[in-house]
Design a protein. Structure first.
Ligand code: SF4
Length: 526
């Protein structure tokens, strides 16, 4: 294993690793614009140039492999002078519109101006103004903010493989462009906004909505398919404003699909269910959540006794957390040891969408066709609980089933007109109105995934935890809290405690901590 020295510190490196990657692993910060570990190296921005003893010229840290015994200086007079020159050059035509730019607060041009730039500009001429462009369904391009790092161009070639973006022109006239009639509309398009180190590529959905320093992040998992993409939900004062990718080398690397990016919308929908009801004289009557839970409990127990063992059923949604499936299953088996368990509908759309590198054709990303996050987890927990399991079609024609508990929580309407369900008493937990909620004997407005904690298992068998970002609407109750009440457990639902009780593979799943580390601000003088 080669060992190098960076600014007097000894750094252990992997073979043939680039200096910048070795420094990243060692927690040493080298500025960069064009370098991204998920794409090819172009070494065009020149801000990462470092001094290597024995080499007369500065070398790009992103493109120079380590060599055992190498001595690197990132803060030498030569290296710092280069950083200042690059910053001065990049800022020549960059507008000073940070107060209205969405990127302000997370802009590397801003941060590096402070850390590595000159405090004064010597530029007296007029700035070259370039037009704003609508480049895709979700994306706006503010060309005058672009610093030509080409990350976005490389992304559309090397990750999405769709090649919509290119560099048009040369020198100070060059611009990022789309080909005529070919907008940036691939299903990974939002990633270019995350990649852009300045505020040139912006998400129309987030435009002017919130200053980024007001946002807090919750660790979460994508709810839109069985891929299990790792994400941050970014929110402020009970409102989710955007979804950002969370790096996971095994699952989604640095990227997320646009479906995931905008998956928070149903959570913030105005028609969310927030009024518990119970059926009285053939019409739903408004009740408190405690009254609704008590009615569901009393009626289910009475009917299970009256109709005998095996007359109760539950439909478990593949949107439920594993912990919730476990608790509801335990409760129903307590009141009816012969209760039948059914997996709810699993919507599937065509085939997996596979993205490939434009040249090598190697797979870079996959959007799963199974449009729910936890079919595998629900099945695993139901098998763990044992007992009778049925398909939804079998349950629908089983005349023995007389009372049931149905959980929805899907992000769009899942109750198709052709769907058949067992007849009789029904308790429904749901987040959005549908034809089933209108007919519920007891309706318990529930929490969407972003409003509760738990875990899901993706298609590859990886169990991953998520946490709540925002509270559920007033009047709704988190599923876990409802089941705690029904089981007579004190306090509120605790996903960690339930996972520990469930045993492996759930017990060892923990929530990763939110990375709030900021690069240390260091001002280097010549
Ligand atoms: S738009 Fe952003 S990502 Fe694309 S080249 Fe310009 S600065 Fe880089």
């Amino acid at each position: 294993m080669p060992k190098i020295t960076v600014d007097g510190k000894s750094v252990e490196c992997k073979d043939r690793q680039m200096i910048i990657a070795a420094c990243d692993d060692a927690g040493l910060d080298i500025p960069r614009y064009c370098y991204h570990p998920g794409m090819s190296i172009v070494a065009s921005c020149r801000i990462c140039l470092v001094e290597v003893e024995g080499i007369p010229k500065l070398v790009p840290a992103c493109q120079t492999p380590v060599r055992d015994g190498m001595v690197v200086h990132t803060k030498s007079t030569k290296a710092v002078a280069n950083q200042k020159q690059v910053m001065e050059y990049l800022l020549i035509n960059h507008p000073l519109d940070c107060p209205v730019c969405d990127q302000a607060g997370e802009c590397t041009l801003q941060d590096y101006s402070y850390q590595y730039g000159r405090s004064q500009s010597r530029f007296e001429e007029d700035k070259h103004k370039k037009p704003k462009k609508d480049v895709g369904e979700h994306i706006l391009l503010y060309n005058d903010r672009c610093i030509m790092c080409t990350r976005c161009v490389r992304f559309t070639r090397e990750v999405s493989g769709t090649s919509e973006l290119f560099v048009d022109g040369r020198g100070h006239k060059e611009e990022i462009e789309i080909f005529p009639g070919k907008p940036l509309n691939n299903r990974l398009s939002g990633n270019v906004v995350d990649l852009c180190p300045v505020g040139a590529l912006l998400d129309k959905d987030f435009l002017f909505k919130q200053r980024v320093w007001l946002l807090k992040s919750a660790v979460s998992i994508s709810p839109v398919d069985s891929g299990g993409e790792n994400i941050y939900l970014q929110y402020n004062e009970g409102v989710i404003y955007r979804v950002k990718p969370r790096y996971n080398a095994e699952v989604n690397k640095w990227w997320i699909s646009d479906d995931t990016r905008y998956s928070y919308k149903p959570v913030m929908a105005e028609n969310r269910l927030d009024q518990p009801t119970k059926m009285q004289f053939g019409a739903p009557a408004r009740v408190t959540i405690d009254e609704a839970i008590a009615t569901a409990d009393t009626e289910l127990k009475r009917l299970a006794k009256e109709n005998g063992v095996g007359s109760t059923y539950a439909i478990f949604s593949p949107m439920m957390a594993n912990e919730e499936v476990y608790l509801l299953g335990k409760y129903l088996r307590e009141i009816d040891p012969g209760a039948s368990f059914v997996l709810g509908p699993v919507p599937t759309v065509g085939e997996d969408e596979v993205f490939t590198h434009y040249l090598t054709k190697q797979e870079t990303f996959r959007i799963k066709s199974e449009k729910v996050p936890n079919r595998a987890g629900v099945m695993r927990v139901l098998q763990m609980l044992g007992g009778v399991m049925q398909t939804i079609e079998e349950a629908a024609v089983n005349a023995k089933l007389k009372q049931g508990w149905i959980v929805g929580g899907y992000l769009s309407n899942w109750v198709v007109p052709t769907m058949k369900l067992p007849k009789g008493f029904k308790v429904i937990q749901e987040i959005l109105p549908n034809s089933l909620t209108e007919r519920a004997d007891v309706l318990l407005p529930a929490a969407a995934w972003a409003e509760k904690s738990g875990s899901w298992e993706n298609f590859a068998g990886k169990v991953q935890a998520f946490e709540a970002a925002v509270p559920p609407p007033e009047g709704a109750a988190r599923e876990g809290d409802v089941y705690y009440k029904l089981l007579g457990r004190p306090g509120f639902f605790n996903a960690d405690a339930v996972r520990a009780e469930m045993g492996e593979p759930f017990a060892s799943v923990t929530l990763p901590s939110v990375d709030v580390s900021e690069p240390a601000m260091e001002f280097v003088e010549l």
